[in-house]
Structures are given as structure tokens and as C-alpha cells.
Design a protein around this ligand. Structure first.
Ligand SMILES: O=C[C@H](O)[C@H](O)[C@H](O)COP(=O)(O)O
Length: 232
């Protein structure tokens, strides 16, 4: 089974959690897009759902495939969000934002009664941090904010490069008009402490640590899909 087939397996298993009439948060990324394709087939067969997309990219795909959309202001409380992740640990803590959609993803997941993560086996880790942690920042005061992040990380014994994300020949800009700093910490032994320290930095708009948000992860490997629930 190749990587795409594993993503489809995880997306198929997630679809089983979608019920008629649900208000859905719809994630961003290649795995979430497999979910959108399968969801669109069910919508064409008569399933009634309303989706809130977590990015302009996801919104475009939903419109193209006929998945009905609303804004989060129109549907401020959602039943379920289904989204991908860049890393998942045993407590279902996540790193997200590889595609730059972390802010809207976190807002939408927070507005949802449940969040299910879909991913292939390669995303499951013992300790978060091998994937560079995306940190969304306000362009104003970028250098000061980067220094504040370095100091906060250093207080927790973390070090590593913090790079401004680029795209093509310019700076990558999120749907919200912010920049992303990708932090190469390598290993984040205390993700909860890092999340809380980053939350305290004014120039940080949001970070890619999703803690206590996912209630279930559907992980697909060569042998099929399995579910993970948070270990106590
Ligand atoms: O900003 C992007 C999102 O957090 C994605 O859900 C994450 O990067 C995983 O994407 P993919 O399914 O393409 O690996």
C-alpha cells in the first residue's frame, strides 16, 4: 500500500463517524483532501452535511466537488472536525501546520464537539518535535518575536534553528495574512509547557501544538486502519 492509499484508508474510516445532518469542520492537507473526495461522493448520494473549511485551499476543493459550505460565523458550533496532522503522539497531542493552516484549523477544532485526526503510520511518534514546529506570527515585530521564541524555548532546554517559511521567491503568508516560523527543536519532551510559553508571546498568533483537542486518531498502515485514543 502506498502513502496515498494509506491516507485514503484513514479517510474512509473517518467517514464512518459522519452522520446525516452533521455540521463538520473540514481539515487541510493531502489526507484531509482524501476525506473531502470521499465525503463528496456521499453528498452526491444524498448525505446532508454542512462543512466549515479550515483553509481557502480546502474551501476551493469542497466547492469544486459539491460539498456544501458555511462560514464559521454561520455555524459557530460544530459536531465533528476531521483533519490531518504532521505528528501524533500517544496522548494524541499533535503537531500541525505543515501546510500553514494551523490557525483556522485550531479555531475550527475548538468550535467542534469532537476532533478526529486522520494520518498514515509515518506520523505517529513517541515524542513530538522531529517535524519542525510551525509557529504563526504577526509580521510586525518579526525579529523581536523570533528572539522571544528562542528565549522561551531555551528556558525549556530546547534549541535549534527557527526559520521564516518561504514560498516560491517570497515569504509564505497564511490565509490570515501572517508569517510562519518553523522551529527545528528535534525533540519536545514537554509539549504542554512549550505550548503555554508560546501562548504568552504577544507576536505569536498561534502555534502548531494541538493539545487536548483530538479525541480519536485513525492511523492507516499497510495492514489497514487502526484507532488510537489518548493514553492516560
Ligand atoms: O497546515 C496544514 C495541516 O495542519 C495539515 O493537516 C498537516 O500539515 C498534515 O498534512 P498532510 O495530510 O498533507 O500530511
Amino acid at each position: 500500500m502506498d502513502a496515498r492509499e494509506m491516507k485514503i484508508k484513514a479517510a474512509e474510516a473517518a467517514l464512518a463517524h459522519v452522520e446525516d445532518g452533521m455540521r463538520l469542520g473540514i481539515g487541510t492537507g493531502s489526507t484531509a483532501e482524501e476525506f473531502v473526495r470521499l465525503l463528496a461522493e456521499k453528498v452526491a448520494e444524498g448525505l446532508r452535511v454542512e462543512g466549515v473549511p479550515t483553509s481557502e485551499r480546502t474551501a476551493r476543493l469542497c466547492v469544486e466537488l459539491g460539498v456544501p459550505l458555511k462560514s464559521l460565523d454561520e455555524l459557530p458550533e460544530l459536531d465533528l472536525t476531521i483533519d490531518g496532522a504532521d505528528e501524533v503522539d500517544g496522548r494524541l497531542r499533535l503537531i500541525k501546520g505543515g501546510g500553514g493552516a494551523l490557525l483556522r484549523e485550531k479555531i475550527v477544532a475548538s468550535a467542534s464537539a469532537r476532533m478526529i485526526v486522520i494520518a498514515d503510520e509515518t506520523k505517529v511518534v513517541e515524542t513530538l518535535g522531529a517535524f519542525k514546529l510551525p509557529i504563526e506570527v504577526n509580521p510586525f515585530g518579526l525579529v523581536s518575536t523570533r528572539i522571544a521564541i528562542e528565549k522561551a524555548a531555551s528556558r525549556l532546554g530546547l534549541s535549534g534553528g527557527i526559520a521564516l517559511r518561504t514560498s516560491g521567491d517570497g515569504t509564505f503568508t497564511t490565509d490570515g495574512g501572517h508569517y510562519i516560523l518553523d522551529a527545528s527543536f528535534g525533540r519536545i519532551p514537554d509539549a504542554d509547557a512549550l505550548a503555554s510559553n508560546l501562548n504568552d508571546i504577544p507576536g505569536v498568533v498561534e502555534h502548531g501544538l494541538f493539545i487536548n483537542m483530538a479525541s480519536l486518531a485513525i492511523i492507516a498502515g499497510p495492514a489497514g486502519a487502526r484507532t488510537l485514543t489518548a493514553k492516560e
